[in-house]
Design a protein around this ligand. Structure first.
Ligand code: IMP
Ligand code: MG
Length: 184
């Protein structure tokens, strides 16, 4: 079926087709495979947004990997002030002495990634780095080191490939921009 025809009406335009996303993930997976050759890599996914990216990435990585997940909840004291993050579901296993790659769907202001990197670093991994599907550097408030990224995106709300709007559209194969009137 032609994906363009099946797209929900809330979508303004497709940023990257499913084929483009898979192609880019394969390139980043090759970089990761090379960088971590001979080491035991653990991918740590942030539920739920990174699940689709993490599984695609893991399938494309050419070295054996372990997988674990955590989930977070973010809240702010006022709508314009993001920043408070806590772990709602922690990892199942210790990361002490391990080579850990934190896998995110998107790094936006950077608050979530910074919090997670600090929290995981305190647990004594052998190494810790961040890999994200999307990077929106134009909205960054706190600096975080992004070691691997698939796409830099404009300042528009994006759905698909794990990213949601009110928990919907995570299962879209492409990455798409929502119409402005539907933006949160
Ligand atoms: P940060 O803490 O501002 O970097 O925000 C990261 C979180 O906000 C992401 O993990 C997403 O869950 C959510 N988010 C930010 N931008 C978008 C978007 O364009 N679409 C869907 N979720 C987003
Ligand atoms: Mg997220």
């Amino acid at each position: 079926m032609n994906e363009e025809k099946a797209l929900p009406s809330e979508i303004e335009r497709v940023l990257y087709t499913e084929e483009q996303v898979q192609q880019r993930i394969a390139e980043v997976a090759a970089e990761i495979s090379e960088r971590y050759q001979g080491r035991d890599l653990k991918l740590v996914g942030v539920l739920k947004g990174s699940v689709f990216f993490l599984t695609a990435l893991a399938r494309a990585i050419r070295i054996p990997v372990k997988i674990d997940f955590l989930s977070i909840s973010s809240f702010s004291t006022k709508p314009s002030a993001p920043g408070l993050v806590r772990i709602a579901k922690d990892l199942d296993e210790s990361i002490e002495g391990e080579d850990v790659l934190l896998v995110e769907d998107i790094v936006d202001t950077g608050f979530t990634a910074r919090y997670l990197l600090q929290t995981l670093a305190a647990r004594g991994p052998n190494s810790l780095a961040l890999c994200t599907l999307l990077d929106r550097t134009s909205r960054r408030i706190v600096q975080v080191p992004v070691e691997f990224r698939c796409f830099e995106i404009p300042d528009r709300f994006v759905i698909g490939f794990g990213l949601d709007f009110k928990q919907l559209y995570r299962n879209l194969g492409c990455l798409a921009v929502m119409k402005p009137e539907r933006n949160p």
